[in-house]
Structure formats: structure tokens, C-alpha cells
Design a protein around this ligand. Sequence first.
Ligand code: GLU
Length: 468
Amino acid sequence: MTVKTRFAPSPTGYLHIGGARTALYCWLYARKTGGNFLLRIEDTDRERSTQASVDAILEGMEWLQLDYDEEPVFQTDRFDRYAEVIQQLMDQGDAYYCYCSREELDEMRDQQRKNKQKPRYDGRCRHRSEPREGVDPVIRFRNPTDGEVVIDDLVKGKIVIANKELDDLIIARSDGTPTYNLTVVVDDIDMQMTHVIRGDDHINNTPRQINMYKALGAELPKFAHVPMILGDDGKRLSKRHGAVGVMQYREEGYLPQAVLNYLIRLGWSHGDQEIFSREEMIALFDIGDVHSAPSTFNTEKLQWLNQQYIKTLPVEEIIKHLQWHIEDQNLDISNGPELADVVNASRERAKSLADLVASCRYYYEDFTEYDLNAAKKNFKTATPDIMQALRDQLESLSEWELDSIDTAIKATCKTLDLKLNKVGPPLRVAVTGSAMSPSLDVTLKLVGRERTLKRLTQAIAFNRAKYA
Ligand code: GLU
């Protein structure tokens, strides 16, 4: 049978990093087995679902390049089908109207707590035949009272739950709209899911869902419940720990390759290998190998991976992802060196794509101010004379190449009888505005002759005014 997996987010917020990992595992397993991967938007909770969240999910999936094989399914398009199944369960006697009021349910639970029992619906409407005047009832699934449910979870192993531990779930609200536990079962059956891979926050729902599969005479999919991601304080990863929305990682300058690589390792491993290409991920991943214990999010490791990818990915790929940051940081690259040359010169040191763009501004834009510390440390009384000598040498070059630039700098040192460490640093500050740049020959070559000479003139004036 062809494997079919789905990622089924509820559009009630951005695409969370934990959700993205679930999506990745679903996607990988489908790709690995030559199966199908579906995106299903579980938007039946109309009060909490928003279009902005749907857009954020679609955007996140696209950024991570987790492609799906069919058009996304929206559960709100399927209300008729859910109504049909609810009716079927009613007709079979597997579901019933419940007229209990909120107060009655609260009182029931209080009583149970007092008696040291687990709070649960006690099934008091199971045998009610008369409607209650003026009450719009909910519909509950009639869970079996005997026997047990066995989940052969691909991640957690075998889990056995006695039916007497389970109460009767609400499958339709009093306004008639279906609830998550009903819609998920109907969809997973109708869409022929073979593997339900999801967060283990759903594990309590699974036995009740299995009973619904049985009531509907459907074959069970295989279940795989993926453990939570924890923050460094051992608590479930949340906003308190920093970025949790996938697109926030783009804003912070991460490559999707690094995020995916980080996410696959967060809960799965292959020996001590850390870096996996997309192809390797597909070849090596197996849902059964996902760790059953929760994993802890480690931002430093993600940063490390990001740097590895920034250093090694083909330059065109880096440029593709750099565009967003160029726009975000309002950098006009129309007048300056080839972006590919700049990336190649700077990527070794870049901490993120955002950092890469921020540190390359001087290639494309002139500046009138210097980094305060860099200027303080490197501009001295002698600087105007050094700059003038450098400028003369550089101006006289017949070609603007790495070798000739290098020769000019060395010649200046010789003429002035100064070591390179007295000439190089102020030159760097004069040309880039700061103390950080690739090697001087590369920097000057990329900045270009005209800009370099202009900036030296500017630095001479600046230092003359300062040391006059
Ligand atoms: N819509 C559910 C959620 O966002 C997922 C349910 C599932 O995967 O079964 O948590």
C-alpha cells in the first residue's frame, strides 16, 4: 500500500518550530517510501482560526521547501461530510445527544475530585431518550466501556489503555460544528492515511480516536507520536525561550537548510553525523528511529549549523536566500561589486545571512561616519600621512587586481618604513568604516578603485580635522 502522511496544523498562530519538525518527519517519511504527503488545515475552530495563520503556515512550508503532493485540504470545506458521519454514528447508536449544562458538568467534576476520582464525563445522557427543553445538545461518542485499546506506536512502543479510563468525547458542539477528534478521524480515513505522525500532546486523544475508527469499520493507520521539544530550562518550548515561529528564523538570518538539518537531528540521529543533505535525510530517516524522549532546543547548535551551510552551499543558493535580507535591510546593491564575489569574500566569517548583509553595506554605499571604537583604536596622529602615501601608491596602479593592490600596500609600508600592522588597520577603517572585513586586497578590490580613493581622501580630511 502506498504510504500516505499528512501534516495537519490548526491555523491559530504561526508555524511553530515543533510543528515544523512534525511536518518534516511526515514529509521525509513520505518521500523516503515514495508515498504521498498532504497538508491539511484543521480550521474548524472558527473563532481561533485566522487567514493570517493559514498564510504563515503556507509560507513556512514553502520556505522550508516541504512540498505537498495535493492541494491543501481545508476542513471547513468538509462540514457536510462530517455531518454525514456524525449522523451515521447516531444511527448506529455509537453517538448520543448530551444535554448537560456547564454548571452540571462542573458540579460533576467537583464531586469526582472530592471522591478522589479522575474528572471525566460520567455518561449520564447515554440513556436519555427525551430532549431537554430549550437546550441545544452536544453530541458525544459512545466509547466502549469494556476491553482495552492497544496503540502500537512507532515511536513510543506499545501503549495499552483500558476503555473504562476513557470518557465519551464531544464530537459535535451545540451549534452542530464537529470537533477535532471527529474531523481528524473522518479525514484520516477518507484521505487514506497510512501513517499518522504528530506531536505526543495528542497521545491522550489516540485511544478514543481508535475507538471511532472501529465504530466506523475503518482500518487503523499506524501511529507515531513525536515527543515535545523543550527549552533549555526543561519546560516545553515556547515564546519565553525566544524565536519559535519558523519565519522568525528567516528574519534572524537562518537558512532553511540549516533549520531542517537542525530539526531532523532534534529527535533523530544517525551515528554521530551532524550534517545531512536533503537527499541524505530522505535516504537515512525512518520514523521508527525517532527518539522517544523529548529533546532540548539548543540555539548555539542551530547557529553552528547555519554557519556551516553559509560557508558551503553553492553561492547561487546563498544569494537566493540573501535577497530577503537585502530588501529587509534596505540595501541597494545596484551600484557595486557582484554579489557573488561579496558572498564568497565574506561568508567564512558571517554568523547569519542578516549579519552577512549588514557587514557588506560598505561595498555598495558610502558612509561619513566610522565605527567609534575602530576609529579610536586605529586613527592616530600619523594617519593622514599614511593615508596620503597609500592613496598615492594605489592611484598610480595601472590595474586594480589583488596582486597589484597588495604590492601597493607593501610598497607604502616600505616607503614609510612601517610594519603592515601600522598601515593595514587604519586603511581598513578608512575604506570600510569598521575594523572587520576580508583581507585588505580582497576588500579593496571589491570596493573598487574609485570608491577606495574617495574614501582615503575622506579619511585624510577626517583625521586632519581631528589631529590638527
Ligand atoms: N490539528 C492538530 C494540531 O494542530 C493536529 C492533529 C493531528 O495531527 O492529528 O495539533
